[in-house]
Design a protein around this ligand. Structure first.
Ligand SMILES: Nc1ncnc2c1ncn2[C@@H]1O[C@H](COP(=O)(O)OP(=O)(O)OP(=O)(O)O)[C@@H](O)[C@H]1O
Ligand SMILES: [Mg+2]
Length: 271
């Protein structure tokens, strides 16, 4: 049974998409079968993995969620799967039309669990299903948290980083108390870290003091290559195999495997 991990933080630009793409790609390189779901109407994961959100507007997450909710025009998830450039990494793309799902699902009896129902047929086909959430706590994100077994929370180490976490943790608690009692927090991952910056070290220390071992040991450093890779439609490991970004995300993937009692199956050659 594949583990479904949502990458969530309602704060914009904290590294959700970068983490979703590169964690998914790293897990696939470590011989796991991975599906990445782009659950953000901005479709950054979709374009970051070299698929034009404009090219096929009828086979995206929107249609898949409509299908699961029994709404006309919906499709099954198998009809939306795309093979990415990385063997072992499939994707369900997004499109701006996903914003419409918030409205269409509102009156639906499955409004919180459409994504969970949509993923059910493929859960056994993958080791991990990684969901890139949008910077909101709206109905689509609630669907992501309902479908997920756990959440990874990327934190950009800026002054206000911790303040926004309260609202996210409250939403996670609401989902736990309602539709998804088994939801856990996989961990907090610090992104865009610059060890020379005092505030970054302060935020990291505070986060560790507060959330203890829930903070991943692997830290994602600020790395220009990570910001360049999406414009080439590639995960970092295909764009620059020897940069820090590749090493950081491979380490995060290994930590996720270890936390889930899984072994790393290939040698450290990519480091
Ligand atoms: N470690 C990093 N080093 C340098 N740049 C990074 C790093 N991580 C992310 N970025 C850049 O920061 C910007 C925001 O990252 P990203 O798109 O992953 O955030 P997001 O949380 O998904 O944003 P949104 O909330 O809009 O969905 C992007 O331009 C991305 O390329
Ligand atoms: Mg994003």
């Amino acid at each position: 049974m594949g583990k479904v991990i949502a990458i969530a933080n309602q704060k914009g630009g904290v590294g959700k998409t970068t983490t979703a793409i590169n964690l998914a790609a790293s897990l696939a390189v470590l011989e796991k079968k991975v599906l990445i779901i782009d659950a953000d109407p901005q479709a950054n994961t979709t374009s970051g993995l070299n698929f034009s959100p404009e090219s096929d507007q009828k086979r995206t997450l929107y249609e898949v969620m409509m299908g699961a909710a029994g709404i006309e025009g919906g499709i099954g998830i198998y009809d939306a799967l795309i093979q990415t450039e990385i063997a072992g990494l499939h994707m369900v793309p997004s499109h701006i039309n996903l914003v419409g799902a918030e409205i269409e699902l509102l009156e639906n009896e499955n409004r919180e669990s459409a994504l969970k129902a949509a993923l059910a047929p493929v859960k056994d086909d993958y080791d991990f299903i990684i969901i890139d959430c949008s910077p909101s706590l709206g109905l689509i994100t609630v669907n992501c948290l309902t479908a997920a077994d756990s959440v990874i929370i990327p934190v950009q180490p800026e002054f206000f980083a911790l303040e926004g976490l309260g609202k996210l943790l409250q939403t996670i608690r609401l989902v736990q108390n309602g539709v998804n009692p088994d939801l856990t927090i996989e961990g907090f991952v610090v992104t865009m870290f610059d060890g020379r910056t005092k505030v970054h070290n302060q935020v990291l220390a505070e986060l560790r003091e507060h959330f203890k071992e829930m903070v991943f040991n692997s830290i994602i450093q600020r790395n220009i290559r990570l910001s360049e890779a999406p414009s080439h439609g590639k995960p970092i490991i295909l764009y620059d195999v020897i940069c820090n970004g590749t090493t950081n995300y491979l380490n995060l993937a290994k930590e996720v495997l270890e936390r889930n009692g899984l072994t790393v199956e290939i040698a450290e050659e990519a480091e």
